[in-house]
Design a protein around this ligand. Structure first.
Ligand SMILES: Nc1nc2c(c(=O)[nH]1)N(C=O)[C@@H](CNc1ccc(C(=O)N[C@@H](CCC(=O)O)C(=O)O)cc1)CN2
Ligand SMILES: Nc1ncnc2c1ncn2[C@@H]1O[C@H](COP(=O)(O)OP(=O)(O)OP(=O)(O)O)[C@@H](O)[C@H]1O
Length: 205
């Protein structure tokens, strides 16, 4: 017998995320998000090699925050790349700029061909091949490392290019890991660990 579909699981996970994000924003007199951003940065920084290149996403308001992580990686001399979504749901990559956070542009497909100046800053759809660590978004992850994302398949496509030696880490709100095994399709790329908004690291593989 088959369990719930990815679509149903995604729907439930989005509702849970909205609740957890409200709770986080209200925590500690409004300092909850900044504390989570610091906790995530602290934990992730521990497993980045000196001077390494790291792929990070630019977080939207309900997502585990990545702004502080990007800031601290840049401060400590790492290279940070962030995704641009192309119209076929593949990901292009560009260097992160200090102080940027995600806006709708981060998750809206890039329509039409880029102009020359835009394209000149792009690093290629295979840019994950040159990264030492990949930090992905995700709605939930199970104990085997199966990840459920927003449903574009963007990260499954992108992760196919990664260096197999580079860990893949998903950021989750505390309480979002899946106790049940998630559906696994052939194209699904497993993740090695997740880090939560309290800075907790869980290795899966
Ligand atoms: N902050 C952040 N950045 C991220 C992701 C993410 O989950 N979080 N992504 C994780 O994968 C990628 C973007 N994922 C996407 C997944 C689906 C659609 C999509 O279906 N877009 C529809 C419009 C949807 C709408 O408007 O509601 C479309 O373009 O037709 C676009 C991007 C890359 N960047
Ligand atoms: N490597 C790939 N090549 C072509 N299509 C793919 C690839 N990976 C995934 N897809 C397609 O993308 C769609 C969404 O996949 P899935 O539901 O697993 O997304 P997701 O992992 O939740 O999203 P995301 O990776 O963007 O976070 C599916 O229709 C799938 O067939």
């Amino acid at each position: 017998m088959s369990g719930p579909s990815k679509r149903d699981l995604r729907h439930a996970a989005r509702a849970r995320r909205a609740r957890l994000a409200v709770e986080l924003r209200g925590r500690d007199g409004g300092a909850g998000v900044a504390e989570a951003a610091e906790a995530i940065a602290e934990t992730v920084l521990r497993f980045v090699p000196d001077g390494g290149r790291v792929a990070v996403y630019e977080s939207l308001p309900d997502e585990p925050p990545t702004g502080r992580l990007v800031e601290r990686l840049l401060e400590s001399g790492h290279e940070v790349i962030v995704p641009v979504v192309l119209d076929d749901f593949s990901l292009e990559w560009r260097y992160a700029v200090r102080g940027t956070v995600g806006d709708q542009g981060t998750v809206t497909r890039r329509q039409g061909p880029p102009d020359a100046s835009e394209r000149s800053g792009w690093l290629g759809v295979d840019a994950l091949a040159g990264c030492d660590l990949v930090v992905t978004p995700g709605l939930t992850v199970d104990r085997h490392g199966t990840r459920l994302g927003q449903g574009g398949g963007c990260y499954d496509r992108a992760l196919a290019h990664r260096d197999p030696a580079a860990p893949v880490v998903t950021l989750l709100h505390e309480g979002e890991a899946s106790e049940l095994d998630l559906p696994l399709d052939e194209h699904d790329q497993p993740v090695d660990a997740y880090v939560t908004t309290t800075g907790r690291l869980v290795r899966l593989r």
